[in-house]
Design a protein around this ligand. Sequence first.
Ligand code: UGA
Length: 443
Amino acid sequence: MKRRIAVFGTGYLGATHAACMAELGHEVLGVDVDESKLAKLSAGEVPFYEPGLDDVLKRNIDAGRLRFTSSYEEAASFADVHFIGVGTPQKKGEFGADLTYVDSVIEALGPLLTEPSVIFGKSTVPVGTAARLSQRLREIAPVGESVELAWNPEFLREGFAVQDTLHPDRLVLGLEKPGGRAEEVAREVYADLLEEQIPLIITDLATAELVKTSANAFLATKISFINAISEVCEAAGADVSVLADAIGHDVRIGRHFLNAGIGFGGGCLPKDIRAFMARAGELGADQALTFLREVDSINMRRRTHMVELAREAVGGSLLGARVAVLGAAFKPNSDDVRDSPALNVAGQIQLQGAEVTVFDPKAMFNSRRIFPTLSYASNVEDCCQGADVVLVLTEWKEFRAIDPGTLSPLVKEKIVLDGRNCLDPAVWRNAGWDYRGMGRRTE
Ligand code: UGA
């Protein structure tokens, strides 16, 4: 059965979820407080870069299945299935998650619920949040017990958001009590996915919340593990890329998320591991997650290490050096620069007195907004003009494909630092460049 669905929050998660639910044939209303975002989305324009999402958005707006509004009243009277997809950023000056946006959806929506409804939380929240919200809904919703809250965490990756939403590797559903309306509604909403034999894991609220944070903590740990090994490789003159390939053949380890480099960033992994530590502390289980402090510091050390490599490359002082930075997004196929290792490195190098020019295929607008003092070039060649050193900090396909021969006449010094171990050292060295990766042998 097709349902009428409201999705609260139209960021990376909410906008993708709204468009994809419409793609599954449901009637969907996307709700946000940001009128400029709503205007763009209503016009069929995705306010951020996400491959394939604009097609899904336009197709479903044209088909009349997808609309956007800022009115909670409209959402409450239109839908009886509600998804919460608002952000849970890190609190200022603290590790914990800021739940203001999630709370305000509940506070605004709850009093408008006059018909039996189901609310699915998708945002990443500290364990215990869903139970608290459920209690609060009972107090403020006119339908009282006839509103059910379930937790349905999202595992989508930016850059693959549509694929990950329509064909996830699993669905997780945390319920207050088994066999209620929430499960029935979830099975209807996700009927097409279940037909594809995508596993549905049904559990309690706390486990569902913890599945999400544990998944991100594991991914962060895997990246920091290989980055720690990369430090040892550098000290021992070994090659971390070959090592990762070799250990990755063991299916118990797996090759994914073993790419050493300047580490993880973005709007999820860094803040999620910190919120996880903070919550464990509140629960009296802080010792259990102290290793995540180390995961965090290994990760932050990678950025400083890249700054050191750049300083060494230009002869010991960055003062007055010209540094070309290729890549600003926190990863390729995204224009997201939240906690981006690339921009962070660019900023640190500039603070040490270098003249830094940045180019990124998609993240220029967002980078300029948060780092207006860096110089920006409109293509790879302009970026590298007169450079004393070239840094590749996001592994965009177009950077992997650079023919070093075309850059040779433009730069002052043929030195490249590969912050993502994404270039072929032999190709660059054969073209006369001094190539340096992270945790890879220097020659
Ligand atoms: C991450 C998770 O992968 C998703 O499953 C999750 O749903 C999402 O967070 C979320 O919580 O919303 P995302 O932030 O889009 O997704 O990015 P990832 O693909 O996980 O990459 C994170 C960072 O790790 C990037 O900066 C990337 O460059 C870095 N990374 C990744 C490495 O340094 N090495 C690797 O081997 C892999």
